[in-house]
Design a protein around this ligand. Sequence first.
Ligand code: BMA
Length: 334
Amino acid sequence: MNNSVSPHVQMVGESIPHIPWESRPANSSAVMWRYSHNPIIPRNATPTANSIFNSAAVPFQDGFAGVFRVDDTRRTMNLHVGHSKNGLDWEIAPQPIDWQFDDPELSTMVHRYDPRVVWIEDRYYVTWCNGYHGPTIGIGYTIDFAEFFFVENAFLPHNRNGVLFPRQIKGRYAMLSRPSDTGHTPFGDIFYSESPDMIHWGKHRFVMGPKAWRWESTKIGAGPIPIETSEGWLLIYHGVLTSCNGFVYSMGAALLDIDEPWKVIYRAAPYLLSPQRPYECVGDVQNVVFPCAALHDPDTGRIAIYYGAADTVTGIAFTEIDSLIDFIKSNSEL
Ligand code: BMA
């Protein structure tokens, strides 16, 4: 039964009455809290997986579908389809997605990782970090999560964290991305680009960069598909701090202007979630929470965020739109 009060802040999107959900723990006042049975996907959920993390889920038919990053026991990084009735228990295909290509040149991609998925107009678009002479942003689509078609690489290498907006903005498709290098990039700003056709991308605009002396002092990158709200685009993103022990990946939030999303209206100075639980602090890469998808239910204001933990397993965390917007605004330092 749904006892919640209607949210004050409106989110655009389909109702998801069966959104995965668990109430904020009674002893917590945190703006975001973890599912008590995390991680929801173990590292070995398919026979040859080394790790399953940094993955994306969307509502599909009477349940959910998703694209999952599976690194196998060769340590090849690839994308696999998953299905779930409740968004928490997932069946992940043992074999990677078999992309269909118009141009054989592009079928030589060496690795694929960190997918995002979004319904735009008439299909589910998938973006991911695509190895084509270095990391760039691959774009593909599916209708049914059975057949997948490759569209194009959006940018020249090197780039990561390509995240589409869920609708056209002023008649153009819109994407956030993060120009990078070929390695463990020690810098990174979020940029906005637009396209008339999902193939040609331009009009690049700076959105925001790292902030000194914060959890996001080294680099930042867009996370889930931005959520359209009555207060602006809600952007959840990851930020990286360099400690004497290496990178620490946390997640934070900002609000972007609805019509000109490269304009940041509010940006929370504190993080929303940082690696603190054993499965976030210990794994193939220690101290990582890395969000790639968010489900949101406009009727209740509930938001469920899928995130990779320690580059090894997948977790889910929850927040509510009213308290999240209040947190961003009352803690904003641009
Ligand atoms: C980033 C990406 C992510 C990964 C993170 C932490 O550069 O490669 O896939 O989760 O590093 O290792």
